[in-house]
Ligand binder design. Structure first.
Ligand code: DON
Length: 558
């Protein structure tokens, strides 16, 4: 067994292991996730005869319990799948949907101004969850084990509890005032309305009960019956607009992943309603024309930032749920289109974003969501990025469910040109409509060349795509997962017109050089992202894995 990162003490693992067989599998598999218990859940299911898809069910459910800040039954996500037996690839879209009573001005006051906080906090901020339906679909269509078996580990974690740890505490503090306003959520996550000690044990009996209903009745255990009654009543009593029809109608969708090629590297990534794959491939197509490895760091970062600027510009203007709007995806990921865009990049000068269009100010906020990567011993792969949006989502739990609801409605455009919580702007394509999925940046991705195949992804809001882009460039240089997760990060998202970089992530010379080219630079005060990556070398038959040093995750081969 190889441990690259393991910051959670081993006694934590024991708490949820009772009753689960953990015989060693004959051949090796690799898993990286944001929490040691989720990685353990994945390996436990593989040891019970499950495949990567069963492991993904177990890990998604376990993360819902042990990393409630990032994802959960009250949220959604994207699972990028590769089936080894026939090479079939699909993206399972379990993204939240706008309730049927939603409308485009629901977060505006009478004067048409955005009401601060309404799309971010409380019951009105929550889209209809997709994660429970996705778990059922994954287990039934791709898994080998019964859903109930794959959910068992998560149920035990919810019942027996786990030690919350530092990251959980830090994120609780970030969302303290919102959680304090919602008694049910405060009762679960706070202690007498205050922050619990970092070593506290969190037990979630209502959530365990809801998971058991899902295990017993499949999608009806969540989207119908007593759980649905509690969800709808809880939301409506708190000013929300969910109906039984919304829950009844929710369906996951399988979508064809976005594919691209950068030099000899094949990219397979998220389709709409995530912007991830399109923006990633568009930026890589622009970059393919430059000898990035042979130029100095200042020019390299300049060109990469200009590519990001142009791809995020197209995100703002064109991307949204393709079930509702026409999106010119084929044009955006076309190489000739990219060549046109790169002809507008000047090597001696930054292009001001308002030369491209639009002129908005933006402010970047909090960090959460989660990602895990799996390659099992048969070669099945899963890259899953799951979210409730902000840390602890909307901060709202419908009474008796234990289900913390997302605030993913904030990923829609509340008003054309108004920024969301990640400073992203957009227009008509991502306007709110009943039953529509809000545009995402989540970018679960496979990268492959003649020798290697990798599975990766990260949380990080709008910066997800640029983090994955930097990782692909590292892969193309021949570097492995450790270098992708350790590498200092920088980002440009068109608006605000600035290169953001991680604390300590740019040298003085780079800052001076990029400033001289006309870029605004902004140091982000913290280090962002929580990338989880696994790589299989087809020639040497060896795995390499890495979990982001910025988080508390665990990457293992066994
Ligand atoms: O779907 C999206 O793009 C966002 N809701 C993801 C949020 C996220 O990654 C938060 N983490 N920093």
């Amino acid at each position: 067994m190889m441990i690259l990162k393991h910051t959670v003490m081993s006694f934590l693992l024991l708490a949820c292991f009772n009753g689960l067989a953990s015989d060693r599998v004959e051949k090796q598999a690799a898993i990286a996730s944001a929490h040691a218990l989720a990685t353990s859940a994945g390996f436990a299911i593989l040891a019970q005869g499950g495949n990567a898809f069963d492991a993904a069910v177990a890990m998604s459910a376990t993360l819902a319990v042990v990393e409630p800040s990032g994802s959960g039954l009250g949220g959604g996500g994207f699972w990028l799948l590769h089936r080894a037996s026939d090479g079939f690839e699909t993206m399972l879209d379990g993204r939240e949907k706008a309730p049927l009573a939603a409308h485009r001005s629901m977060y505006l006051d009478q004067q048409g101004r955005v009401i601060p906080g309404l799309s971010k906090n409380g019951a009105l901020a929550a889209g209809i969850p997709g994660l429970p339906a996705a778990l059922v679909h994954l287990a039934e269509k791709y898994g080998r084990l019964p859903l109930a078996q794959s959910l068992q580990f998560a149920i035990q974690c919810a019942e027996q509890g786990f030690v919350i740890g530092q990251r959980h505490s830090k994120l609780l503090k970030f969302r303290l005032t919102v959680l304090q306003k919602h008694p049910e959520a405060a009762g679960i996550f706070l202690k007498d309305k205050h922050l619990p000690a970092t070593t506290s044990i969190l037990r979630q009996t209502d959530l365990a009960h809801t998971l058991k209903q899902l295990a017993r009745d499949g999608r009806k255990g969540f989207y119908a019956g007593a759980v649905a009654d509690r969800l709808v009543d809880g939301v409506r009593n708190a000013g929300g607009i969910w109906t039984h029809q919304d829950l009844h109608d929710y369906r996951v969708v399988e979508r064809e992943p976005v594919k691209g090629e950068y030099h000899q590297v094949k990219i397979t990534s998220a389709a709409l309603p995530s912007s991830g794959g399109v923006v990633l491939v568009e930026a890589l197509n622009i970059l393919a024309g430059y000898p990035l490895e042979d130029i100095n760091a200042i020019s390299r970062k300049h060109i990469i930032s200009e590519a990001m600027r142009r791809a995020y510009h197209d995100r703002a203007f064109h991307l949204g749920d393709s079930d509702f709007v026409n999106v010119p995806v084929n044009r955006l990921i076309n190489k000739d289109y990219a060549a046109g865009l790169s002809s507008s990049i000047r090597l001696d000068k930054a292009t001001p974003s308002d030369f491209l269009a639009g002129n908005f100010q933006a402010k970047i906020q909090g960090e959460d969501t989660t990602h895990f990567s799996i390659i099992d011993s048969e070669g099945n792969r899963v890259a899953a990025t799951l979210s409730i949006n902000f840390p602890f989502g909307s901060g709202f739990v419908p009474a008796g469910t234990g289900v913390l609801l997302n605030n993913e409605m904030d990923d829609f455009v509340s008003k054309p040109g108004a920024m969301n919580g990640y400073g992203l702007v957009g227009g008509e394509a991502n306007a709110i409509e009943p039953g529509k999925r809000m545009l995402s940046s989540m970018t679960p991705t496979f990268i492959e060349d003649a020798e290697r195949v990798a599975v990766l992804g990260t949380p990080g809001g709008s910066r997800i795509i640029s983090m994955v882009l930097l990782a692909v460039l590292e892969f193309a240089k021949g570097h492995g997962p450790e270098s992708w997760v350790w590498e200092p990060r920088f980002h440009h998202q068109y608006i605000p017109d600035q290169i953001q970089y991680e604390k300590g992530g740019m040298s003085r010379d780079e800052i001076a050089g990029l400033t001289m080219l006309g870029h605004q630079l902004k140091e982000v005060r913290y280090r962002y992202g929580n990338m989880q990556a696994v790589l299989w070398n087809k020639k040497s038959k060896l795995f390499t894995v890495a979990s982001d040093p910025r988080g508390e995750g665990l990457a293992l081969i066994r």
